[in-house]
Design a protein around this ligand. Sequence first.
Ligand code: GDP
Length: 369
Amino acid sequence: VEQQIRCIGCGALIQSEDETKPGYAPKSVLEKEKEEVICQRCFRLKHYNEVQDVALTDDDFSKILHRIGQSEALVVKIVDIFDFNGSWLPGLHRFVANNPILLVGNKVDLLPKSVKYPKLIHWMKQSASDLGLKPIDICLVSAVKGIGMAKVMEAIEKYRFGKDVYVVGCTNVGKSTFINRIIQEATGKGNVITTSYFPGTTLDMIEIPLDDGAAIYDTPGIINHHQMAHFVDKKDLKIITPKREIHPKVYQLNEQQTLFFGGLARLDYIKGGRRSFVCYFSNELLIHRTKLEKADALYANQLGELLSPPRKHYIDQFPPLEAHTFTIKERKTDIVFSGLGWVTCNEPGAQVVAYAPKGVDILIRKSLI
Ligand code: GDP
């Protein structure tokens, strides 16, 4: 008989179908354990002091945000600097109204070494302001490499004024990696990581105790459905997700030329004289240049072959590319393919058509680099 078993750690309903959802436990565990089942997330927390991210529904997430809004706390908002807009979490500042927000840009290790941090912080401040958020401060980190962690922890200590801290961010920004770093650095002897019950949601929060009785809470990651990550399989996700410092590729294009970014995105240069386009994508993603007049046929014949990812076996499920037309009006403008990368146009006046799978955002912004 199928019975509803709950995790003895967090209380989530145990399931073996989806590793990314609350209450996941492998089938092998369920066969062994009949009574006291603990989900994989709680297991790792208990035995390795390590958090594993699971995705939360939008509804649960808004409940959590509401609670944060009603408490006095510092909110640490993590964004992926490589996918700034895609990882933004638009509604946050309205919910947490009066609480200070510390904005943390993660994955700085991906940007070219020539990028200066003060300039980047200035850019983030401006972009946050355009999106309606005035953070109390901005930090840059690489959670994986451990860059900037001491500084961000100092900032947290400074701005929390003895209050609790909530860490929020959408999935894949590196929130678990960040939290695990904090756990490593913050847990002295006697400090025990626990989960704390959060009313009305399917999942509890990780609670990292601080010396003065307050705590850092890790909120579950929220899924952003507009990211390219949802349109490719796991193997291709590895190709499009940059792992190392990005080497920009510069293309001198004539009018009526096209660039393909694998088969995932496309940029047609329509008009504006010969000029350069600087491409910031994962070093593993192949860029293919062709004449605009040949582009449609090439895509039809070579998707999954020359133009890959997506790999051949799932091109039938891959959504058609959708066109977005832009005229570049300012100098130093980025054309951003959400979650995939961007192309910088240094001089104004170019007419372009940018393509991404239906559902993936394309936007124009002031150049990040
Ligand atoms: P979460 O879903 O927000 O909890 O993100 P994870 O911590 O699971 O990380 C998502 C992906 O981003 C993983 O592939 C990590 O290795 C990667 N990642 C996390 N932090 C960094 C970082 O500082 N730099 C780089 N390059 N990758 C990172």
